[in-house]
Each structure stands twice: as structure tokens, then as C-alpha cells.
Design a protein around this ligand. Structure first.
Ligand code: CUA
Length: 230
């Protein structure tokens, strides 16, 4: 259902969609039951000529069950939501699968910088590839991101991945994603971070292995050339 509005492009996107749907259905059901009861009772006990209003405290047994029974039913629904939420949370946030590659994501007012390992496969070496507002990744690979902020709180949000993570100054936050298909999608900052917050966006380009290695080859500077230039 959510997918028809926004494609689900990461391995965990569908789990998050199902969880949102589960919460929507359970909460929606009780919402309509409550509203239905509310309006029905208002109509049934509306003001009528010659009828005095009854004052009800709700303490009598046969009245109190109108509170207790729905209350227990709602608690049972809560159990389903908690179990579902913990499972998805564990998979997305706690469990960190072994990465095929790592990318550093740096937020600052008001742009995203992405640092990827160059041909040597190591981060923080002279052949790293740095890009601004454009992240190129390979489909089907597990990526770790190391999220940082240079100034204030930002939030690295990739809606098609159903990924949203705060970037906190002074901390490096590690998370993961794996794209399930190629394409180009939005990245946006999802935490108010100053006057330019609304324009702090980027694009994620999910490439096939061939496209990605061609892009790597095109953008990487051989380590030797960089070293000799220094
Ligand atoms: Cu960065 Cu909002």
C-alpha cells in the first residue's frame, strides 16, 4: 500500500511498511469503533422533552465493563505492535550485518558530503572519493554508513530505504543499508538545522556493478598521482 506511493528499495523497507500498516490498521479499527460509539451514544441519548439527564459515574459493574473489556482488547493489540516493532527495530538498528563497503556521510549546514573508499578499498586514505550531495552506491551490496555532523543536528533520510538517522555533532553513528534495485532517488535532511534545512537535499544513485565500477574508475585518483602531487 505504502509502496504504491513511495517505492521500497532497501532490504528492510518492506518490513517497516508492514509495521506501519499493522499500526495503521489496529489504531484505525479502534478509532472508528470509538467514533462510532461516541456519535451513536450522542444520538441515542440526545436531549428529549421530559427526560432528565442521568448522572453516570461508571463504577457499577455492568457499566465498568464497557471500559475494562475494550481496555484489555487494546492491550492485546499493543502486544502485537510491540512484538512487531521490536523485531523490525532489531533488524534495522541493532543488528549490523557484515559490510561489503563503508561510506562516510557528513552533514553540515547545508550539504551532505560522502566519502567512499577508492580502489584500495580503505577509508581515510588519499584515494578516497568525495562527493557532495550525490551518493553513488552499488545495488545488492551491504553498506555501512558512518554518519557525522560538522555543526548541528541533521538527519540522514533516504525515504525509499525507509532510513532515517540523526547525525549528532561529536558522534559517529554507524548503520547499514542494502539497496534492492537500481535507480535514482532522494536524500533529504529530516531535522530542522537552520535556515537552509529545506534545501539540504541530495540524490542517491543506485548503480549496477558495471556502472558502479565505471563510476569508481572515472572518479578515483590513483594514490600515487595524489602522493606525487603533494
Ligand atoms: Cu540538515 Cu536539516
Amino acid at each position: 500500500m505504502i509502496e504504491s506511493h513511495l517505492p521500497a528499495v532497501s532490504t528492510y523497507a518492506k518490513d517497516i511498511d508492514s509495521l506501519i500498516l499493522l499500526i495503521g490498521v489496529l489504531v484505525g479499527f479502534w478509532f472508528f469503533v470509538c467514533q462510532g460509539m461516541f456519535f451513536w451514544l450522542m444520538f441515542k441519548f440526545r436531549a428529549r422533552e421530559g427526560h432528565r439527564t442521568t448522572y453516570v459515574t461508571g463504577e457499577e459493574k455492568e457499566l465498568a465493563r464497557w471500559v475494562h473489556i475494550p481496555h484489555y482488547l487494546v492491550l492485546v493489540c499493543d502486544l502485537f505492535i510491540i512484538v512487531g516493532a521490536v523485531r523490525v527495530w532489531y533488524d534495522v538498528k541493532q543488528n549490523l550485518p557484515e559490510p561489503d563497503a563503508t561510506v562516510r556521510v557528513i552533514g553540515q549546514q547545508w550539504a551532505w558530503t560522502f566519502v567512499q573508499p577508492g580502489p584500495d578499498g580503505q577509508l581515510d586514505t588519499p584515494d578516497d572519493i568525495r562527493t557532495v550531495d550525490n551518493l553513488h552506491i552499488e545495488v545488492g551490496k551491504t553498506y555501512h554508513y558512518k554518519l557525522e555532523s560538522k555543526d548541528v543536528l541533521h538527519n540522514f533520510s533516504v525515504p525509499v530505504f525507509r532510513l532515517k538517522q540523526d547525525a549528532v555533532p561529536g558522534r559517529v553513528i554507524t548503520g547499514w543499508f542494502e539497496a534492492t534495485r537500481t535507480g535514482e532517488f532522494d536524500i533529504q535532511c529530516a531535522e530542522i538545522c537552520g535556515i537552509g534545512h529545506g534545501i539540504m537535499k541530495g540524490r542517491i544513485k543506485i548503480q549496477s556493478p558495471e556502472e558502479h565500477s565505471a563510476w569508481m574508475a572515472q572518479n578515483s585518483t590513483p594514490a600515487i598521482a595524489t602522493a606525487s602531487a603533494e
